[in-house]
Ligand binder design. Structure first.
Ligand SMILES: *Cc1c(COP(=O)(O)O)cnc(C)c1O
Length: 375
């Protein structure tokens, strides 16, 4: 059976985790958490990175930092994971969904302005499959209407838009290190903060509303309750597991890109024959091969394709059920404008196996099976 995803295995991870255990230093904000934060800051050229317990929590932290409150509106795509919306729904805000572009599956930047009202506070671009949203347009709108931009870059580490790292373009960026992502710590994520003025507030909220981070740096001699907050810091053992992968981040990225390229070349004849659609990488975007997907004609064909792959021992998956059609989406959010592509394109998309360690021969086999299905 070819699995859909296998988390990366890196030898050094064992050594680093053992070191945490041996030194009896496994709690949050230890040496490996700092190494990961610094690595990400350096790589993305962001003012500050704070490792978190998940991307979900990084987004919640960003929502708290933006001070978004009841009845306010946040513009986002409906084609995304639930956490993108939940972070704001938890603050009593209303997710306002706009349609996606069929080429990248990203929020259509041309539809955002019409969705802005007096209540709009933020835009949340989701960089689907690690391919950037049209950030120039989004940042210009945000500046014109005084809105915050929180990038859901859960899938976007190592990707770039016009030379800028994804997650480091908006006011805040959120990475995921869930085991289905390119780099993993089991459960984990990171908040990227562009403006140094937001750093102290972020540290306080992440540390249960206390100024413990300043205390640890020796800036104050006792710590106390400063603001509302929660606990968003991961154990250092998880950071140690992640750091082993960050050290070979380029190698992992290149391996994934080679697999992606192999899929693309193998399946191009099917696309040229009009049988399937392949992912589109717009000019100026550098992607990270987070996923390889193909688009079937419709839901029925996709269902048959996934079943056919399964018969040949290949696990392929689809996602997402558009949020505006889900029970919670109907209750908490609204769709602005027409759903031309969100539902239709989401029903066509199938994700093929993609992970560090997948063999080229396996990709060739998967492509042969896909071609067999269409023959
Ligand atoms: C994975 C993912 C998340 C959630 O990440 P967690 O780390 O599991 O909380 C959020 N948004 C998108 C687009 C994702 O792909």
């Amino acid at each position: 059976m070819i699995n859909f995803n296998v988390p990366p295995y890196v030898d050094k991870a064992m050594e680093y985790i053992q070191e945490c255990v041996r030194n009896q230093k496994i709690c949050g904000d230890g040496a490996y958490t700092k190494k990961c934060n610094e690595w990400i800051e350096e790589k993305t050229k962001t003012a500050k990175c704070l490792l978190t317990t998940s991307c979900t929590h990084a987004t919640e932290l960003a929502a708290l930092l933006c001070g978004i409150g009841p009845g306010e509106e946040v513009i986002m795509p409906s084609y995304t994971f639930v956490s993108t919306a939940n972070a704001f729904v938890l603050r009593g805000a209303v997710p306002v969904f706009v349609d996606i572009r069929p080429d990248t599956m990203n929020m259509d930047e041309k539809l955002i302005e019409a969705a802005i009202t007096e209540k709009t506070r933020a835009i949340v671009p989701v960089h689907y499959a690690g391919v950037a949203c049209e950030m120039d347009t989004i940042m210009a709108l945000a500046s014109q209407y005084h809105l915050s931009v929180i990038e859901d870059a859960a899938q976007g580490i190592m990707s770039a838009y016009k030379g800028k790292a994804l997650g480091a373009i908006g006011d805040f960026g959120c990475f995921s290190f869930h085991e289905t992502k390119n780099y993993s710590m089991g459960e984990g994520g990171a908040l990227l903060i562009q403006n140094p003025k937001d750093v102290e507030a972020a540290e306080i909220i992440r540390e249960k509303g206390t100024n413990r981070s300043m205390y640890y740096r020796g800036q104050i001699d006792k710590y106390t309750w400063i603001n509302f907050g929660s606990s968003y810091l991961p154990s250092d053992t998880n950071a140690a597991y992640l750091y082993a992968q960050l050290e070979i981040a380029e190698e992992i990225n290149n391996a994934r890109l080679s697999l992606w390229q192999r899929y693309y070349e193998n399946l191009s004849p099917l696309a040229e024959a009009g049988k399937i659609d392949l992912p589109v990488i717009p000019e100026g975007c550098v992607h990270n091969a987070h996923m390889f997907y193909i688009k079937a004609a419709d839901l029925e064909e996709r269902t048959a394709l996934i079943a056919h792959l399964k018969e040949k021992e290949i696990l392929s998956v689809f996602h997402y059920i558009p949020l505006h059609t889900a029970p919670a989406g109907l209750k908490f959010g609204r769709f602005h404008g027409e759903d031309r592509y969100t539902t239709r394109e989401s029903e066509r998309l199938a994700r093929l196996p993609m992970y560090y360690g997948l063999a080229m021969e396996q990709v060739d086999y998967i492509c042969d099976v896909v071609k067999g299905f269409y023959a």
